[in-house]
Design a protein around this ligand. Sequence first.
Ligand code: BG6
Length: 495
Amino acid sequence: INLKPTVVVIFGGTGDLNMRKLAPALYNLYSDNYMPGNFAIIGTARKKLTDQKFRDTLMEGVNSFSRNGKVKKDKWTKFAEHVHYNPVDVSAPDTFASLKTLIERFQNEFGPTTQVVYYLAVAPNLFPLIAQCISKYGLAGTEESCKVVIEKPFGRDLETAKELNKLLTGIFTEKQIYRIDHYLGKETVQNIMAFRFANSFLEPLWNRTYIDHVQISVTEQLGVGDRGGYYDGAGALRDMIQNHILQLLCLVGMETPINFDADEIRNKKVDVLKAMRPFGPDDIRFSTVRGQYTKGWVEGKEVPGYRSEKDVDADSNTETFAAIKFFVDNWRWQGIPFYVRTGKRLFQTSSLITIQFKDVPHHIFPGSVTEHWQQNRLIISIQPEMSIRLQVQAKRPGLDMVLNPVDMVFDYKGTYSSDTPEAYETLLLDVMTGDQTQFMRADQVESAWELLMPVVNSWESKKSLSFPNYTADSWGPEDAEALIARDGFHWFTLP
Ligand code: BG6
């Protein structure tokens, strides 16, 4: 593809995100011939490093975290020639001057069509400072010549998200701002729209007449690890539900866009958020569950409870698990519950969307035939298994008439031989080509916060007396089972 000459400036160049995700993604794009003919990558951070030292650090990152394993020597040497380092200390904004000189050097070298992408892979308190420096040094450019990528978390509540939007849109236009939600770059997540809107058989069934309920479950085996400092001020609601999970819910719930235009698609998603039923005080009591893990055994090793993790308050009130029952008040979904859950240190790492269809209107088979009866389900498995399963009833082969559920499976591994790109590869390429479809618009972020604020406020203001309330390696607090069991359902998992 024909890409404009690009200078990628990574703030937080020596940080974890660059090592684990950005550098491997940029290197893989380069290896697959998806980088522009002319490009430069400039890492910035407080540390003083030579270009060579920075390149070596990035190589270690790529070697450890790339989906393709270790770098190929020749490719890496060529790629590394594009990589540079310029120390910047945002608390001493004058250090921006040398960054500006370096950017201008590449702009002159690559010509007038050059675009600059500023990637803010830093702690959120630095977003405003960096954006202001970009502006002060005359580096904010135009829609054609400059883009800024903002990592999550985007605000810690509705008010701070609005403030950040205000600040950013005072410096850049909305078309220049790319708010990342890496779930939207996942192959299987992008396929939800393809599956829904490129097949004719689903749409007639995709509504309250045929669907019983929807489940979105994003469970993780890992604990908070080294991220206690960040996580203890965030919790599962802010870390996963406000962004990733609500975005998945929008993809399931949205109306059909009239075309594939970025704003049209985002309009349809915002409509879902706007239609979601606001929480009243009783809803918080009956429709939400929070949890925090205590120590337990994972694969034969004892793991600490959340309150004993590094940088976590010994008396922490932060939830490491959240389950919520939502409703979408519109014609398509009225009365159909959307159950979501997410948590750390759970029994399995798995992201699943389950659509459970209603039962047949009348059973014609005697009970002996349908002992294993199960309502139809569509299961979209986002990770680690990448598949879509349709569970249907079928006759078991044999002389007796016995029915049991079977899976019709579209499995990525079995269907495609090529490896799937990482979310960050897709998203970085989208930034370079100027496609905002998979990025969060200001109103999407704000609507999601608006919906969740009553829960955020309630959980923060009332200390949970039951914490810690689930054991590491379990499926979370019992109340989360009760939340869904009360309605006659249970959380679905893959074997
Ligand atoms: C991040 C959260 O956004 O997503 C992490 O901050 C979480 O806490 C991660 O572990 C999950 O992403 P993935 O791609 O591993 O499912």
